[in-house]
Design a protein around this ligand. Structure first.
Ligand code: TMP
Length: 211
């Protein structure tokens, strides 16, 4: 059996990493072989890229950022994601190509139609791999900001303020509108349990279809 590739996306503060872990536990209880991973990350090189690219003190233009994310992604796909899918596993990944299209494209004022080259580069980096399902954890930036403040994290992007968070949100919603079969938008403003339940429902739909 070929595995399933599921990505979690959204602006910061939507609780993605918690939901990835909860979803993994839930799937394992049902007998699925699951791995969890994240971007940028998942391999030694990709974790190094993560340190570089998220460092607010390091000046990097948008093109360099994109290319670093894509280099990390290429390694991640070849060494971690593809082998797991070939072994029939369910792969849950915190961010993937949609983050590049939003953070390095739509949130900077570009239209979807202007992102043809960036899309092609994403496809080059992933050797054409696309998620079977993408869950966007969506919420009002003002609400999600409260959680970010609790976490106290400030990477390159989290320092950019509420306006930027609005543009990120709009970017993910634009992608979801363009690809409604793959991308599902879930309300991330609820409690952790409520969001987990919505995630489980979406996963269930995908996995039932596959059986
Ligand atoms: P996170 O682990 O909190 O999601 O942090 C990863 C950060 O990297 C997040 O702010 C989004 C950013 N990012 C991009 O800008 N482009 C990308 O392609 C990816 C994967 C992440």
């Amino acid at each position: 059996m070929k595995g399933k590739f599921i990505t979690f996306e959204g602006a910061d503060g939507g609780g993605k990493s918690t939901q990835v872990q909860l979803a993994a536990e839930w799937l394992r209880k049902q007998g699925y072989d699951v791995i969890t991973t994240r971007e940028p990350g998942g391999t030694v090189l990709a974790e190094k890229v993560r340190e570089l690219v998220l460092d607010p003190a390091l000046p990097l233009n948008t093109t360099s950022q994109s290319l670093l994310y894509l280099a990390a992604r290429s390694e991640h796909v070849e060494k971690v994601i593809r082998p797991a899918l070939d072994a029939g596993k369910v792969v849950l990944c915190d961010r993937f190509s949609d983050s590049t299209l939003v953070y390095q494209g739509l949130s900077l004022g570009k239209e979807l139609a202007e992102l043809t080259v960036l899309r092609q580069l994403c496809s080059f980096a992933t050797a054409g791999l696309e998620p079977d399902l993408t869950l966007v954890l969506d919420g009002r930036p003002e609400e999600l900001a409260k959680r970010r403040e609790l976490r106290g994290v400030t990477d390159r992007y989290e320092q950019q303020g509420l306006d930027f968070q609005h543009r990120l949100r709009d970017g993910f919603l634009t992608l979801a509108k363009a690809e409604p079969a793959r991308i599902k938008v879930l309300n991330a403003e609820g409690s952790m349990e409520e969001v987990a339940e919505a995630v489980q429902k979406a996963l269930d739909n995908l996995l039932q279809e596959a059986e």
